[in-house]
Design a protein around this ligand. Structure first.
Ligand code: AMP
Length: 353
């Protein structure tokens, strides 16, 4: 285990926390990111500052490590496939390709994993959009198929929407229109699957957003019924089995008033809603991703503390001062040099008695 080297595509906070988890096992990380200020470069053994499209640099990077994971989905698929020529990529480029495109993802979830999602329609033309809008009738959400995050690339539509304007504003013709779900709350679950198909699941958590960005995760989800929790775990198991996943996956869910769960989206990487595991579980999501990627036996997901994870967005990072001596507050500062509105700067895991 000691001599292994892990490659990480992406040097943001997720890459950084993965590298820190790997370091606990004496595992070196090589990190690839086009931005020389990427925060993960502060904590890794070797930095590759190159564009993701630079396949020569990717070859160099992938040839020098035992396995690679990625910390975000928006890397070119060709880059992921290129990595696979030189070393193992976990999760695979196939899993990445499913998660990169909302249409492919939703079709996979429905047809292959056989789990429920919001009703959705493919929209490549204005006519498609008009037909879909008229079929849904009530409120809906227009989403770009690719590159959306934190509510970007999305427009909410209702009966009064100027449809032509929405079509122009979204500036893409690769879209899906989804029915709007009047959910009770948003939940998520992190799951890992190893090379032998063994699956481990974390507790189901509740996520609260502010301005479309995750604000708080409450772990475990307050007052969650045994049935809902079990159903989230069944859904997660079906998805990772259908994907033949090797690695870690996050699943975002909508809980309806009747307890039904719909899958919103999946992310084949450590996820903001799994940060609570760093101080709440025997094995946190980053260590689990390292284990699953390098073929080390998966760790226990047992919850040892209830956690309220508070994201520090933009100026919120000043809250670190307030909590620095609070014995129930575990501070995680991502070391980003520049504070920007809407930028994830850190988080605090509050241990709940
Ligand atoms: P997404 O980028 O798909 O994760 O969407 C970002 C956020 O928009 C979600 O966390 C929800 O709060 C909201 N949202 C997305 N899709 C829907 C939907 N079909 N119905 C209601 N809210 C949605």
């Amino acid at each position: 285990m000691k001599n292994k080297i892990l490659g990480i595509i992406g040097g943001g906070q997720l890459g950084r926390m993965t590298a820190l988890a790997a370091a606990k096992f004496g595992i070196e990380c090589h990190i690839f990111d086009p931005d020389s200020n990427a925060p993960a470069f502060q904590v890794c053994a070797k930095s590759f500052v190159n564009e993701y499209e630079d396949l020569e640099a990717i070859k160099d990077f992938a040839s020098g490590v035992d396995a690679v994971l990625y910390e975000f989905e928006n890397i070119p698929l060709q880059t992921a496939q290129h990595i696979e020529q030189f070393c193992v990529l976990r999760p695979s480029s196939f899993v990445l390709s499913v998660s990169q495109d909302r249409l492919v993802e939703k079709n996979f979830l429905l047809n292959e994993a056989q789990v429920n999602t919001a009703k959705f329609y493919e929209c490549n033309t204005y006519n498609n959009l008009e037909t879909a809008y008229n079929s849904i009738k009530g409120m809906s959400v227009l989403k770009t198929r690719r590159f959306g995050y934190d509510g970007k690339g999305q427009i909410k539509l209702d009966n009064d929407t100027d449809l032509e304007k929405a079509w122009k504003d979204i500036e893409s013709n690769e879209l899906i229109l989804e029915e709007f779900i009047p959910f009770k709350r948003e939940l998520s679950i992190i799951v890992a699957r190893d090379l032998n198909g063994k699956i481990v699941l974390y507790d189901v958590v509740e996520n609260r957003h502010k301005n479309h960005i995750l604000d708080q995760t409450i772990a475990p989800a307050p007052n969650i019924s045994k049935e809902v929790s079990q159903s989230a775990k069944t859904i997660a198991t079906k998805i990772v089995s259908a994907l033949n996943l090797e690695g870690l996956l996050a699943i975002e869910l909508f809980e309806l008033n009747n307890g039904e769960l719909l899958v919103n989206e999946i992310a084949p990487r450590p996820h903001n809603s799994g940060h609570w595991t760093m101080d709440g579980c025997v094995t946190d999501q980053f260590e689990q991703a390292v284990r699953a990627t390098l073929g080390i036996e998966l760790g226990s997901t047992k919850r040892v503390f209830n956690i309220n994870m508070q994201n520090l967005i933009g100026d919120d990072i000043s809250l670190v001062e307030k909590f620095i001596n609070d014995p129930a507050a575990r501070i995680h500062n991502y070391g980003k040099k520049e504070v920007r509105a809407g930028r994830k700067m850190g988080h605090i895991n509050h241990i709940i008695k």
